[in-house]
Design a protein around this ligand. Structure first.
Ligand SMILES: [Zn+2]
Ligand SMILES: [Zn+2]
Length: 362
């Protein structure tokens, strides 16, 4: 039987979000219905509301979530009712050219549930944010979007691994290949940048330089493992990073802002043959201009990090285990827990940089 539950809907461009009754169908083949325990408020949800991602209103928002599998459809063997899972937005296909070459974290054909959830009042089909839609009591996803992890973890902590925190940690350990003794600089210390700092520490980086314009954010970055802080409003970040690295620049520079100016800073704050990782998300009108001779002459690697180049089935359980052992402080990313009706106000606080993450708990 299809179920009616509460969900947070973005009805139209820039309109305030509101709670509506939504219809969640029974899971079809390869699908699962998940009872949500917690879901973080991410910038991407705000971008959906603002119409910056697509025009397919109404959206069912929320995508950084953990929950308990309630029911599964035909042919689902990886998860079962009762499993505690983190939802991911890249369920890999196993058959595309990336998957077949053994690089499933690049999967070019990820999938979501085939059936659609609808608005109870009008029957209108909903577009779930990143194929998840977890600001809801329950949601319908592809079973491959569920990754089972140790249920000992707090749900509000676990959910954050589903998006921003994984993107940041993965930018450092998967894309940037940060290793023991490396020097690392992170430009932009919001949730993703701070996670990159935590990832660099986990990987054994010797020096971790946090760069931001907000002193409050730099303080949080320090708690998560930054060894050096640069306020880029007060000093030139390229000069500062070079000074802190013997005049050379950092081995790995992670750009977690997504702007041409900060990317250029990342490019020049990097040592010869070093790596730049772009994990900040730019907007369509942005253009990058760099002397091609410098791109050639400085060598190394310029990489982009999609979802931290993560493989949920490999990375989620491992990072939750490290957290439970006290080696990765995922709890530091949760600024506050809120109720389902607090999402609109949480957007406001996020926009002003007052929180790292607000998390809706159920
Ligand atoms: Zn694939
Ligand atoms: Zn997100």
């Amino acid at each position: 039987m299809a179920q009616e539950v509460r969900g947070v809907i973005a009805p139209g461009k820039d309109e305030p979000v509101r709670i509506e009754t939504i219809v969640v169908p029974d899971p079809g083949p390869g699908e699962a219905v998940v009872s949500i325990r917690a879901c973080g408020v991410c910038h991407t949800d705000l971008h959906y509301k603002q119409g910056g991602i697509s025009e397919d209103f109404p959206f069912l928002l929320g995508h950084e979530a953990s929950g308990i599998v309630e029911s599964v459809g035909e042919g689902v063997t990886d998860v079962a009712p009762g499993d505690f899972v983190i939802l991911n937005w890249r369920a890999v296909c196993g058959q595309c050219r990336a998957c077949l070459r053994g690089r499933p974290w690049y999967c070019f054909d990820t999938h979501n549930a085939k059936q659609r959830m609808t608005l109870a009042s009008t029957g209108q089909e909903l577009s779930p944010a990143l194929g998840i839609g977890a600001f809801a009591d329950k949601t319908l996803v592809a079973a491959g979007q569920c990754t089972k992890v140790d249920p000992a973890v707090a749900p509000e902590v676990a959910g954050l691994l589903g998006c921003g925190v994984m993107a940041g940690i993965g930018a450092a350990i998967n894309t940037g290949n940060v290793g023991r003794g490396d020097t690392v600089a992170v430009i932009g210390c919001g949730g993703v940048g701070d996670a990159a700092i935590a990832g660099a520490r986990l990987a054994g980086a010797a020096k971790i330089i946090a760069v931001d314009i907000d002193p409050r954010k730099l303080e949080t970055a320090k708690k998560l493992g930054a060894t050096h802080l640069v306020n880029s409003r007060e000093s030139d970040p390229v000069e500062a990073v070079r000074e802190m690295t013997g005049g050379f620049g950092a081995d790995v520079v992670i750009e977690a802002v997504g702007r041409p100016e900060t990317y250029t800073q990342a490019f020049y704050a990097r040592d010869l043959a070093g790596t730049v990782v772009l994990v900040g998300v730019p907007t369509p009108e942005m253009k990058l201009e760099l002397p091609l001779l410098d791109v050639f002459g400085r060598g190394g690697a310029l990489k982009s990090s999609w979802y931290g180049d993560c493989l949920p089935s490999r990375d989620f359980p491992m990072l939750i285990d490290l957290h439970l052992q006290g080696r990765l402080d995922l709890g530091a990313f949760v600024t506050e827990t809120i109720a389902l009706d607090g999402v609109e106000e949480a957007f406001e606080r996020m926009h002003h940089g007052d929180v790292l993450r607000s998390v809706v708990t159920f």
